[in-house]
Each structure stands twice: as C-alpha cells, then as structure tokens.
Design a protein around this ligand. Sequence first.
Ligand code: R5P
Length: 282
Amino acid sequence: MPISPNFSDLMKPDIEMKAFPDGDSYVRVMGTGELKGKEARVFHRLYPEQDKAIFQAMLMLDTLRKAGVKPVLVSPYLPYCRQDKIFLEGEALSAELLCRLLKFAGAERLVTLDCHFLKKEGRAEYGGLAIENVSMGNALVEHAKAKVEGEQLDVISPDVGASYLVEAYGGKSMEKVRGAYAEGKEAYRKIEKLERGFEVKGKNVLILDDMISTGGTMIRAVENVKKGGAKKVLCAATHGFFLKGSLEKLRAACDGVFVTNSIPSPVSEVDFLPVLKERGLA
Ligand code: R5P
C-alpha cells in the first residue's frame, strides 16, 4: 500500500516526496513491481496546499498506472467538493474537473469521507470517477454521546445539505441561505439566514456538519440554538479547517467542538482510520 508522507501521523510513509529547487514536485512510488496487476490503495491527503497535493496525487496515480497497478486513491477530504454547481455564468465546475483529472491520472476509485456533493454514504460516480463515500456521522455521534454521560442528545444539522448525517438519529435540519459573493478577491458567499423550525429548549444538542471551514455556519447555528434555550451544545464535523480563528470562537461559544483527523487539528478527536479498516478500505 503506497503511503504518502502526509499520512505519517497514521501510517508509515513509503512514497518519496521532494521538491525540485524551482518548486516542482518530485514523487517516487516504491515497490511498484510487486503491485503489478493488482489493485493498490494509495493513501494521500489532498489538503492542505490542495493544488500541490492534487498534482502530487496525479503523479502517484500515473506512476502506478504505468507500472500496471490499479490504484485506489484514499483521500479523506476531497478539495473543491463545494464547487459542484454553477451559480454565475462562466464559473468553473471545479469538483467535476478534479474527479475527471483523478480518473485520467489513473484512479480506479476514490475512497473519501462525507464528500460534500454526494449527500449519502456508499458508492457513486462523479466526473467519470468511481467514488466510495464513507460517512463519519456514526463515529462522531457516538463520541458526542460520551460527552453527555448518558443524557438525551438531539443531533441536528445546520443546513439541509448535511441532513443525511443526522437523519439516522431522528435529527432535524436548520435552513441556511447564502447570499451573493462578497466584493473583493475572496470567493465567499455570506450567510443571509439560518433558521430553525424545531424546538431545542432544555435539550442537549449536537450540531453536526460535513465541514467547518470559516466556522460561519457553525457559529450562527450555535448562537441560534443557545438563543432557543438549548442546555448543552456540542459541535462536530467530519472535516475541520477552522479558518479565521473559528476554533477559538467556537470553543468560547459552545460546550465542546470536535472533528475527525481527516485534516489534523487540535480537536481531531475521532480517528477515521478504524472506520475505513472496519469496511476493508484501509
Ligand atoms: C455547506 O453547505 C457545508 O455543509 C458547510 O456548512 C459549510 O461549507 C461550512 O462552511 P463555513 O464554516 O465557512 O460556514
């Protein structure tokens, strides 16, 4: 199983990765001869430095493919996954292009976690790429339950996009509406409204999402349920970027925040590797 250096927190890496003096990536996948004719899982994170990490993945995949190996890329977070719809004429459909590129480079399949555009667990195809989408929802909910020590816990999502993560627990979703892109160079659509059509008064609540990026969604959701009289408020997501100081803000605003180690962070309390192992994917 070829393992990238950016997986070294979880497994012993054996892919050699360097940079040429001008910054070009150098990749060498060891032991390709032994893998010839077989399917081999390649473990490589595509975040941070996503554009570089994507190109490194393509170098690995192409090298394996040329050596007669059938590579299955295991990348817990798929960058560009939120660019799966066109809002304005001329916008790039980045999620689809990325999948096409991974397929073109040689990926037999992509194994990933709570991929934003898939909305359910299991096998799918997008941009011609076969994807195995594994949900961390159950592991995150179980982790949250331990934090409320046997008390009742309501699992909710901050928008309908993440409703599949909470439905199995009878959870409801808030409604989030984003506005137009803000002026300036940052591609960001502000949250116009985040509304809740259900009661949380006196309840312990876990707000569960596929990702916490700038934290804008989660912070609004915490404010909302606190205002609604929730007792204990926990926040969790599969992928935690915690941009713009949002980890500190969330920690101050609620009773606990945690994510998986798909992107390592100080609150990566839930390990995704055992979940992949259980399913024979790692
Ligand atoms: C969006 O639909 C996603 O499920 C997340 O709610 C969103 O991407 C989180 O982004 P942010 O933390 O910047 O609000």
